[in-house]
Structures are given as C-alpha cells and as structure tokens.
Design a binder for this molecule. Structure first.
Ligand SMILES: Nc1ncnc2c1ncn2[C@@H]1O[C@H](COP(=O)(O)OP(=O)(O)O)[C@@H](O)[C@H]1O
Ligand SMILES: O=C(CO)[C@@H](O)[C@H](O)COP(=O)(O)O
Length: 490
C-alpha cells in the first residue's frame, strides 16, 4: 500500500496526517509552536522551530510508516528571508504582524490608488501580506535587506530543507501581493518601482507538482526509499481541497481561531472594493474569494477562559441553548484584535452592546457566538455579491458545536455540510501528495464524505436578519470611537 503524509505548518502548531492510497486516515501527529511578539502588533517565528517540529514528526512517523509522498499546507503570507547560503537572515515576519501600515500606504500611492493595485495583484496591499514586509525590511533593516538572496513562505522553507529545491506554489504566490493576476507571474513593475531585484522571488510550481526526492541523508535516517515531496498549498486553499472543494460555487466556512468564508470561482475578477481576498486555488486555473475574520473561535475562547474557566464545551453549549436567538437584546462585536473582513480596521475592538438588568451570563455567551456568526455572514454576503454560492461545508473547532453550526446555517439561509474528516490543511496536503503521486484529481476528491447536513432554522431567519442589521450599524456608529481609543492608548 502506498502512503502519503500531509503536514500543515500552522501558526500555533504543526499537524501531520498519514493516509493510505485510498484516503483512509491512518495516524495523526502534532507539535506546538510559539509566536514571538517583540513589539506590540508584531509577530515572528523562527524558521528553525518549524523545521525542528517537522523533523520530530518525520521521526515519529518513521517508527510505524514508510511514506511515498509528502505534501504541505502552510500559513499564508509570512515572510522568510534567505541569504546566499540559504540560511534565514532573521526570524520570519508572520501574516498577523501589523507593522507595515506605512509601506502599504506608500505602495498603494505609488501605483495610483487601491483599485489599480487590486486589478494588478488581485488584492490591496494589506499589512499581513508579504510584499509590504519586504519593503519594510528595505526601509528599516537595510543590512538584512542587502543580504537577501531568496524569499520563501513557511511551507516552502520546509520543502527546501527536505529536498534542497527552492520554489513556491501558485496558491501561496498569489498571497504575496507582488504576483500579477493577469500574467500569473511575479509583477515586474512592482519590483522595478521599488528598486528590488525580482531574482529574490522563487520559481513557481503547481501545488501538486513534485519538487524532488527527500535528501538521501534524511531517507537513510528515516529508513525510507524514493520518498518524494510536492510543493503543497496555502493553508486555506489546502483545507478547502481537503473537504472536496473543486467546482465553482463550492464553499467553506471555517470557525477556527480565525474565521474564514471561501468560495471557488472561475471568474478572473478580483474584488475591486478590496474587502474580500482573491487568490489562486491549489487546482490550476481555479481561483477563490475569501473573507477573513481575525478573532472567530478566539473570541468565544476568550469569554470562556475569562468568565467560565471551569466549564467544558458541553456546558457552554448547554448554557447557549438556555438563552434565545438574539440573546435577549445583546449584540457582540468580535473585534478583539481589530478586523480584516469587512472593515480592514486595526483599531476596532470587542464590544458587548445592549446589556440590561434582565440579561444572564448565558445571554453573554450566546451573544458572543452570534456576533462571530454575524462576522462570518459579513464575508458570506460580500462573496455572494461577486459569485454564486452553492454548496457550503463547515469546518474548524467551532463547528464541533452543533448549535453554532445551526446559527451559521440560519444566518446564511442555506444548509451546511459537515465533512467526516475535518483536519484543517493537513488532509488536503496529503491529498495533494496523492495527486503528485499520479492519482487522478477526480478520484482523490471522491475520498471526501460528509457525516451530517445542518439545515437552517427558518423560524429564526427574521430575528437574525434584524440583529444582523443592528450589528452592522453598531460598527458604523463606533468606528470613530475606536479611533479615539487607539489614539488615547498610543
Ligand atoms: N465544542 C466547541 N464549541 C465551541 N467552540 C469550540 C468547541 N471545540 C473547540 N472549539 C473552538 O475551536 C478552536 C480550535 O479550532 P481549530 O479549527 O482547531 O483552530 P485553529 O485555527 O487554532 O487551528 C478552539 O480554540 C475553541 O475556541
Ligand atoms: O492570513 C491568513 C489568510 O489570508 C490566515 O488564514 C493565515 O493563513 C492563517 O494561518 P493559521 O492561523 O491557520 O496558521
């Protein structure tokens, strides 16, 4: 039997899955990672920490399995800079790092405003994306900048450590903010304008393209033979692939630490308002729209840990069901760490609004879950304006909670399907390895099965429509106040 290993290089940790050539889950492994915050709103990780974790997973896997092909899924946008000896010059600057606001402004102005930027690179220059981080290095760490020979994203660094091959796949390239959506290649104009040598950008490969064999020394150490490595893909795209998304309109809502809503499209039309992202998918010539909430399950975690520290998730769900749709008048804005979609506002903060003396702690819990669901609905509505949404699948830790899945289905007014295997990008990464091994894409996609379909509760759609409108208005009213608060805190 041939076996595949999928590894997700996430922010909070690594996850490895071993699957059979028929897609059956055989084993899973994990490794926790730390994130450094050297200054407020900065976020960094050492590439060597990812490598140590991958190495440990490989050693553990080799005790039980012989792997034929390894695939990857990785945190998007995070910048790894390599010197002429292919050694990291400094820690990686992560996707959630917010230091590049001046560089985003500068780059947007240089190209004549946001619409022009979006029609070039598919997205605005956002703090989280890769190119503004390169520009930040040029302007703030000149010595480090001069040493740059190549830039990579996290999973690409691991592919390099395993095979010696330096490259990036298209799904991650499209999240760098220097990839031209029309030519499907790096945008020469951007590099020329900022006097940056385009040679620092790596070669591009399909996500399921074989990049080489595992280094001989590693194969000997692990006792493997002819083990190959594919490029892998961006974590959101890999996760969507792992739940079978392959046709236009098929969609995913993910309630993890962050929250995303994503829909596959064949239209080569970015969102000129810049509110939703537009990226290349892991299947060649397919694209997706995506909205990203920065604090989805994280917000509920925060409430649970601060105010219900001794409750488990079963009790939290019970309490939520003791409140009612609309949480007896409380609205929660889930902007604990600012928000990306739809507001792109680093100053936004969490709010409980409308509390009266009749409310209970259960209303607070339910309002938190409803507020996060309204945030997901914001992304859903924006995507719906761009393209048809046909088939919604729900994943992530929060989706384990059926009440939550029901609230989401009712807000979206469409059924949500729960996949049997919900393992983030790691399962999709293993599926990419299978395709790289020569299996047909259509056959691999057939591995994905669903265990349940959650129907909307049509009795509650009106109440959620009303509260959703109030939720949207609340941010508009508070936007100025968030700015005041940020100014006071500076
Ligand atoms: N039964 C549950 N009800 C609500 N939320 C849950 C439940 N189980 C897990 N979660 C939430 O899901 C989060 C983990 O989701 P996951 O998709 O694994 O996150 P990550 O984005 O960190 O990989 C937990 O931090 C928790 O907030
Ligand atoms: O920035 C984005 C997408 O645009 C994030 O979704 C990162 O890709 C998140 O990585 P993890 O939280 O899964 O590590």
């Amino acid at each position: 039997m041939r076996k595949y290993l999928g590894i997700d290089v996430g922010t909070t940790g690594l996850k490895g899955l071993v699957i059979s050539e028929e897609g059956e889950l055989l084993d899973s492994y994990s490794y926790s990672l730390e994130m450094k915050v050297p200054k407020p709103a900065w976020a960094e990780q050492e590439p060597e920490d990812w490598w140590n974790g991958v190495y440990e997973i490989l050693k553990k896997v080799s005790r039980t399995h012989r792997i034929d092909v390894i695939g990857f899924s990785g945190q998007m946008h995070s910048l790894v800079v390599l010197d002429e000896n292919n050694k990291p010059i400094r820690p990686a600057i992560l996707w959630c790092d917010q230091r590049t606001t001046p560089q985003c402004k500068e780059a947007t102005e240089a190209f004549g405003g946001e619409e022009k930027v979006i029609s070039k690179i598919g997205n605005p220059f956002l703090e989280g994306f890769t190119f503004p981080k390169i520009l930040w290095l040029k302007e703030n760490e000149g010595e480090n900048f001069k040493k740059i020979k190549k830039i990579l994203l996290p999973k690409d660094y691991i592919v390099f450590k395993l095979t010696g091959s330096i490259g990036m796949d298209y799904s991650d390239a499209s999240g760098t903010a220097c990839f031209n959506v029309k030519t499907n290649y790096w945008d020469e104009d951007i590099f020329e304008t900022f006097g940056i040598n385009m040679d620092i950008m790596p070669e591009l490969y399909p996500s399921y393209g074989i990049r080489g064999e595992l280094k001989e020394s590693l194969q000997n150490e692990l006792g493997w033979r002819n083990t190959k490595v594919v490029s892998g893909g961006a974590d959101n795209a890999s996760a969507a692939f792992g739940i079978g998304i392959s046709k236009v309109g098929e969609s995913m809502v993910s309630i993890g630490t962050s929250g995303t809503v994503l829909t596959l499209t064949e239209k080569k039309v970015p969102d000129l308002s810049g509110k939703i992202h537009y990226f290349n998918y892991v299947i060649q010539d397919k694209y997706y729209y995506m909205g990203v909430m920065l604090s989805a399950a994280h917000s509920l975690n925060w409430v649970k840990n601060r105010f219900f520290p001794s409750s488990d998730w079963a009790e939290i769900e019970k309490r939520i069901n003791q409140s009612v749709p609309g949480s007896n008048g409380i609205i929660f804005l889930p902007y604990l760490n600012g928000e990306r979609t739809p507001h792109r506002d680093p100053n936004a903060r969490g709010v409980f609004f409308g509390i009266s003396s009749l409310n209970t702690e259960n209303d607070i819990l339910r309002a938190t879950m409803e507020g996060i669901s309204f945030g997901l609905r914001d992304s859903f509505e924006l995507i719906k304006e761009k393209t048809e949404i046909k088939d919604m699948r729900i994943v992530g830790g929060g989706a384990k909670n059926k009440t939550w899945a029901k609230i989401v289905a009712t807000n979206f007014k469409m059924p949500v399907k729960m996949p049997e295997i919900d393992e983030g990008g790691a399962y999709g990464a293993a599926m990419l390895a299978a395709v790289g091994d020569g299996q047909q894409l259509e056959d691999v996609l057939k591995w994905v099965k669903f265990k349940e379909v959650i129907e909307p509760d049509y009795q509650d759609t009106k109440i959620y429509d009303d509260y959703y409108e109030a939720y949207r208005n609340l941010y508009k009213s508070l936007k100025r106040n968030f700015e005041d608060l940020a100014r006071i805190q500076r």
